[in-house]
Design a protein around this ligand. Structure first.
Ligand code: HEC
Ligand code: HEC
Ligand code: HEC
Ligand code: HEC
Ligand code: HEC
Length: 400
């Protein structure tokens, strides 16, 4: 692969010619097959040279790993039509040679900032990538053109439709797959919170090397680890139910602008409840699983890319409160423990695909009871550091 020298590129752009001859300034690359392409897309580390703060925020995000997680590569192979997957997981691949460094970035800076015409569509990929120009599109409309790139005022970058251009997809037979945008659109948040308002909350920082002072900048890690504890309010009470006692667990989706879980249809929530007696011996354990079960034409559970229809959907919708009761004989006293855990894919599927299990804790805790004096309902929380998180990267290690 031959690439125009970056220094030459900067020098040529620095001379101030606004309409440089494309051949000289574009990142020209030639792929293994000999096909050449000229374009202005860059790998994210180049953007980081001036936007270092934003790059270090983006680097540990799911977007940066979008084509490297074992789960993605395994599913992409199994699906057998990988180019369709790349349309959202590595959007630049359709525009520039596959071995160009910018194409290896997954959802990198230029996947989102060369983006125009953002339109939510159920066929997915509702956007255009303008690799033929130096303009970077973003929400700021007062930014001054710079020698490295021009500024494209794009208010749509602060709106949910930017996310929806990838976070909305229906499969063959109009089966809903990625539905977070439509869930949001139907919720009360559609009139008060864009996706960015929850996922890209801003903080004060320098916009770029050379930009004057600091301003409010959107965080680019999409904040999931920190937000998990806010999604579902879990409370645990113990009540008398006839001759028995019942552990009553209430789960209220008070913090997410869409169902929980959402995104990949394979995501699951597992509620585990156990009762122990006064001696601490574990006497009973229950588990309930929430999610979407997709099945193939024969009604057998199938991954989303082979699914024909949605068999069931037990996710917790926006503002929905789910009450679960678990009954047991009245003992003298004991303890109830509860955990609510998010799973990336069901355990059986992780084993079948040979990928590490990945989970995070949304809430956990418990309370002791005495059947003569039952305790008040208690809110259970998860300390962020208690969140169990196995970040699935290509080498199996943690990227943080
Ligand atoms: C040589 C320095 C430099 C590099 C490299 C650079 N930028 Fe910038 N960028 C700037 C400066 C400076 C500003 C802000 C100008 C101002 O404040 O008026 C900016 C602003 C932006 C904006 C805001 C535009 C808007 O209208 O909202 C975006 C988006 C952006 N850059 C994306 C990128 C991307 C993507 C890359 C990598 C392809 C990149 N930048 C590389 C210097 C750079
Ligand atoms: C160019 C396509 C694209 C755009 C635009 C996009 N995303 Fe994503 N997003 C993805 C892909 C692909 C993944 C899955 C990455 C992976 O493999 O884990 C993802 C993952 C995520 C995750 C992490 C999910 C998880 O399970 O860890 C969050 C949160 C997220 N996106 C939010 C957003 C928000 C908010 C926006 C809009 C500001 C947005 N995304 C815009 C493609 C996109
Ligand atoms: C998944 C899409 C996505 C990716 C990937 C992404 N950005 Fe952004 N970026 C956005 C959105 C959306 C906004 C606007 C956020 C807002 O205003 O609420 C934004 C805002 C910006 C801004 C304007 C200042 C600000 O914070 O509002 C700059 C500069 C920027 N991004 C640079 C980058 C760089 C550099 C990278 C790569 C390291 C990058 N972005 C990766 C979606 C993305
Ligand atoms: C009111 C705040 C809020 C809004 C608005 C919001 N989200 Fe979320 N989102 C959350 C919280 C909280 C979580 C964490 C839930 C969890 O840990 O599973 C989350 C999780 C996610 C996930 C991970 C999926 C999963 O199963 O964990 C994705 C993807 C996502 N959001 C995308 C979006 C997109 C796209 C939009 C806009 C259409 C959006 N979100 C709007 C709060 C919000
Ligand atoms: C319309 C855009 C789009 C297309 C096409 C697409 N995806 Fe995704 N994919 C997403 C988004 C957005 C997410 C983030 C949702 C989440 O993780 O909660 C995602 C998440 C995933 C994840 C979960 C990542 C993780 O580690 O949790 C896997 C695996 C995945 N996609 C595989 C595929 C495969 C395989 C294909 C092709 C058969 C494909 N995707 C096609 C948009 C798309």
């Amino acid at each position: 692969m031959i690439r125009a020298s970056p220094t030459l590129l900067i020098l040529l752009l620095a001379t101030g010619c606004t309409k440089p001859a494309k051949k000289e300034v574009a990142a020209v690359s030639v792929d293994a097959a000999g096909a050449s392409a000229e374009h202005f897309a860059f790998p994210s580390h180049r953007c980081g040279e001036c936007h270092g703060d934003i790059e270090s925020s983006w680097r540990p995000s799911a977007h940066a790993r979008a084509v490297t997680t074992p789960l993605f590569t395994k599913m992409r192979d199994a699906a057998g039509h990988g180019a369709d997957c790349d349309g959202c997981h590595a959007p630049l691949r359709a525009k520039i040679p596959a071995d160009d460094p910018a194409a290896a970035d997954g959802v990198g800076c230029d996947s989102c900032h060369l983006m125009t015409d953002m339109t939510p569509r159920r066929e997915g990929k509702g956007f255009t990538l303008r690799v033929d120009d130096t303009t970077r599109y973003g929400p700021l409309c007062d930014a001054q053109n710079h020698y490295f790139h021009k500024m494209g005022c794009s208010p749509g970058h602060a709106q949910s439709k930017q996310c929806a251009s990838c976070h909305l997809l229906y499969g063959a037979g109009a089966i809903p797959l990625f539905t977070e945008y439509e869930e949001w659109e139907r919720s009360r948040y559609a009139s008060s919170h864009e996706c960015q308002d929850c996922h890209m909350a801003s903080r004060q920082a320098a916009l770029a090397v050379g930009a004057k002072g600091t301003r409010r900048l959107a965080r680019h890690d999409f904040a999931l680890d920190e937000m998990s504890g806010d999604a579902i309010k879990v409370t645990l009470g113990v009540e008398t139910q006839g001759d028995e006692l019942a552990a009553v667990v209430t789960m209220l989706n008070e913090g997410a602008g869409h169902s929980v879980p959402t995104g990949l249809p394979e995501h699951r929530l597992v509620l585990a409840v156990s009762r122990s007696d006064a001696s601490g011996a574990n006497v009973q354990r229950w588990e309930r699983v929430y999610g979407r079960v997709l099945v193939d034409g024969d009604g057998k559970p199938a991954p989303f890319y082979r699914a024909a229809r949605v068999e069931s959907d037990t996710r917790i919708g926006v503002d929905e409160s789910r009450v679960e009761r678990f009954t047991f004989p009245k003992g003298k006293s004991g303890r109830i423990d509860v955990s609510l855990t998010w799973l990336r894919v069901p355990q059986a599927m992780a084993r079948e695909l040979g990928v590490p299990e990945d989970s995070r804790s949304l809430a956990s805790g418990g309370q002791s009871f005495d059947s003569a004096r039952l305790p008040k309902p208690l809110r259970l929380r998860t300390e962020p550091e208690k969140a169990i998180r196995v970040n699935a990267t290509a080498d199996g290690g943690a990227p943080h």
